[in-house]
Every structure is written in structure tokens, then in C-alpha cells.
Design a protein around this ligand. Structure first.
Ligand SMILES: [Zn+2]
Length: 237
């Protein structure tokens, strides 16, 4: 059973056009959907403010644990801090709100100071909590939705979607991305953590796409490419 929104919805401001495309490294294959112009500086330390003073320890631990799934695959460091001063500022949704939202990469720098740049579900005890955190941190790192890949070709049931979502949400979270050089497209990856689960009624062929519960191989490949760790240098023979 899937109740929309099955996956978190980033704020519309997360999709502000950005023409600051960066050249792609030639030595690595393309993976997933990233926007290199919004990647954080390589090897930087991101100060991640857990914005809401009301967060209790189990909540903070659950956020850190899920977010840290990305860390083995990137060269960034997450520095979690209390308060409202950070590169990324996380707020906790009201009870019952199981969605989440995040700005894409460095769009967070354009947010008003002290305004949250990511919101996460209230209850860390739900089965979807870790998935939502990983998904939102993917956006924070500069990834877009995989189901919006231009090769996804999902036969959306527009009348049903129109009933379920407002036009802004449809534009931001469902419409296929243009084949623009600002994006780094790979092959379409239905297993991506950045892919929505799709209820049968959302598509004209009653496609059911279940929720992906972990980073896919291509998510990891994308992270490795976006934020490549220094390769281990072999010692003297
Ligand atoms: Zn999303």
C-alpha cells in the first residue's frame, strides 16, 4: 500500500534553473542524475545543523545513521551540529507528515539564513524513515529524481496525478528532466534511492514500482564520481 506522496518532495526552489554546468571528468562512466553545477566543493566539510532544538537523541542518531550511508562513497565530511547555523539546516516535520524535502546541492546556500534547507519526517521509528533520509541527502549532495530521467519513460496517469498533486509538485517532482548539459545523466536506474515508489494508479499500465530501501550500485557509482575519494597510493615496492 502506497499513499502519496510515497517519497519526499523537495521544495520547488530546489529546482531553480542553474546554468553553471561543469565539465565532466572523462575517465569515469556516467551514473544516475546529478547536477554538477550544484555539487559542493570537493573534500569540504559540510556543517549540518539539526535545526530544531526539540529533536531528541534517538531522532538525531537515526538521522546521522541513515545519512552516513553516503559517507563511504564521497569525499565530503558531515559535521552535525546543534542549532541553526550550518551549510545544511534540517528541521523535523510535524507528526503525521511522512514526507521530506531538500534543496538540491548548493542551492542551500541561496536559502535565507537560518531557514531550513531540508525537512525530514517526524517519526524515526517508521520503516521508511531511513529511506527518506538517504533520499533527501541524495538531493542535498546534488542528485535529482531518477524517475525524472528522460529515459525513464514511465507512462504516468496524468488525470490521476492531477487529482493527487498540485501542478507545482508535478512540475518539480514528476516531469522528465530536459536533456540539458547541466545534468549528468547515466543509464536510467530503477533501483536508485532517488526513484519514487510508484503506485499502480499513478501509471496508465498499472506499473507498480516498490520503494528502494538502500543505495543502489549506480547510486554509489554516482557518488564516487561526484565526490571521488583520493585513490590509495601504493607504497614503495
Ligand atoms: Zn526527492
Amino acid at each position: 500500500m502506497i499513499s502519496p506522496p510515497a517519497y519526499p518532495l523537495p521544495s520547488p526552489t530546489a529546482r531553480a534553473p542553474d546554468s553553471a554546468a561543469q565539465p565532466e571528468p572523462l575517465s569515469r562512466g556516467k551514473r544516475s542524475v546529478g547536477e554538477p553545477g550544484k555539487y559542493w566543493p570537493q573534500n569540504s566539510i559540510l556543517k549540518i545543523a539539526l535545526y530544531d532544538y526539540a529533536m531528541d537523541d534517538p531522532y538525531v542518531l537515526a538521522v546521522k545513521k541513515a545519512a552516513s550511508e553516503w559517507l563511504p562513497h564521497i569525499n565530503l565530511t558531515f559535521e552535525f551540529v546543534c542549532g541553526e547555523d550550518g551549510d545544511v539546516r534540517i528541521t523535523q516535520n510535524l507528526p503525521g507528515d511522512h514526507g521530506g524535502r531538500s534543496m538540491i546541492g548548493t542551492d542551500a546556500k541561496n536559502a535565507p539564513p537560518y531557514a531550513p534547507t531540508m525537512s525530514l519526517p517526524a517519526d524515526p521509528g517508521t520503516s521508511s524513515f531511513a529511506v527518506t533520509v538517504m533520499h533527501e541527502f541524495g538531493h542535498m549532495l546534488g542528485a535529482h529524481h531518477e524517475h525524472q530521467h528522460p529515459d525513464a519513460n514511465i507512462p504516468w496517469n496524468r488525470p490521476n496525478l492531477d487529482r493527487l498533486f498540485d501542478q507545482s509538485e508535478l512540475q518539480t517532482n514528476f516531469r522528465p528532466l530536459p536533456r540539458s548539459d547541466i545534468y549528468d545523466f547515466s543509464r536510467y536506474d530503477p533501483d536508485s534511492i532517488m526513484h519514487y515508489s510508484i503506485a499502480p494508479s499513478w501509471s496508465t499500465d498499472n506499473t507498480f514500482h516498490s520503494r528502494n530501501a538502500m543505495l543502489s550500485a549506480d547510486d554509489i557509482a554516482w557518488a564516487n564520481k561526484a565526490y571521488p575519494k583520493a585513490r590509495h597510493q601504493p607504497g614503495p615496492i
